[in-house]
Design a protein around this ligand. Sequence first.
Ligand code: PLP
Length: 376
Amino acid sequence: MIYLDYAASTPLDPEVAERMIPYLSAVGNPSSIHAAGRYLRAAIEEARSTIAGLIGADPGQIVFTSGGTEADNHALRGAVETWGIRHILYNPTEHHAVLHTIESLVQSRGIQAHPIAVDAVGRVELEHLEVLLRQYPRSLVAVMYANNEIGTIQPVREIAELVQTYGGYFLCDTVQVMGLGWVNVSEWPVDFIAASAHKFYGPKGVGFLYRRRPIRSLITGGAQEREQRAGTENVAGIVGMALALQKAYAQRRSYETHLRTLKAYLIQQLRERFPDVIFHGDIDLEGSHPGILNFRLPGLTHDLLLVQLDIEGICASGTSACASGSAHPSHVLQAIGVSPAEASRALRFSWGHGIEQTHLDTVVATLEKLVTFQTT
Ligand code: PLP
C-alpha cells in the first residue's frame, strides 16, 4: 500500500508508541494525590513543559484536548463567552472545526460572522481584513496557518500584527504545520493556536490548545487542566504527543527539505504526464505546505479515480477526511472559484516520512494507467 493521505493522519511513530505503552497500563488517576497518581501527574506536567518549550510558550498556557477540533471549539466558544466578542472575522477556507463552530455561535449566541476575502490561491487579502477590523475592532479573527486541502500558507505574522493593532484576538489553527516545527508563539502576537498529535506522527484523539490568557472552559466537570478542561487526562496520548513534537522540532530542517523535494518532483511529473493538469491553491514551494498537493485532471471522474487508486493500493483523498462522507464538494475549492463540478474531481495527495520518489513514480504511473482506462 502507498499511503498518500498524511494531511488526514500520519502514521504513529513506533518510538512514540513504545513510549506510550507503560502509561496505557499504569494504574491510577493523575488527579489522585497518592504515589500512583503523582507518577501520572508528573508525566503530564513534563509533557506540558516539553511542548511549551518547543513552541515558545509557558507551560500554563497549554491545555490538553482531544485533538484539533476540540482546541478550535475551545478557543472560539471560550473567547466569545469570556470576552463578550460580537464579531468574528474568518477565512472561508478554514477547517469545519472552525467554520461549523462559528455557524453554531451565530445561531446560538447571535454572533456576527464576516468572511475575509481570499485570492485565487486561497490567501486572505490583508487589505480586506484591515477594512473589516476598522469596522469591527476587537473582533476575533480566525485564519489557519496552512490549508489542509490545498496547502496554501497564510501570512500569519502580518495578520497577527494587524489584529493586535486593532485590539482584536487571533486564533490560528496550526494543525497542519505543527509537525513542520514552524510555530513559535513568542515570534508573533497570537492568542490561540490549535494542534493535533495525529498530524505529526503522534496518537489520534489528543491535541492541545495554546491560549495566551485563560478563557472559560469548554468542558465542565472536575478541576483538571487548572479548571480549563474537565475530565481525566489521556496520559499515554499526552506523553506520546510530547515525544512526537520533540522529534518533529529536532528534525524540522531535514523533514521540510524531504517534503519539498517530493513536492517539486510530483509537480514536475504530473506536468510532464498530464499537460492539462490544473493545480488548486498555491504551488509555489515557498508559499505552500511542502507535503500537500491538490489538483484535477480535466474530464475525469474523481470518485471513480479514488476508488480505482484504492484498488491499486494507493490511499489518497479528494477533500479533507472530515468532509469525505459529505455529498458537498469542497468548500475550500469553491472559495477559490472552482466550480462544484470541478471541485468534485479534485485529488489531494499528502506525504511525509517513509514516502520516497519511487513511491511517487508508482503513483503517477498508476494514475496514467487509470486515466487511459477512463478515457478509452
Ligand atoms: N484543523 C485542521 C486544519 C485540520 O486539518 C484538522 C484535521 O484534519 C483539524 C483541525 C481537526 O483535528 P482533529 O482531527 O484532531 O480533530
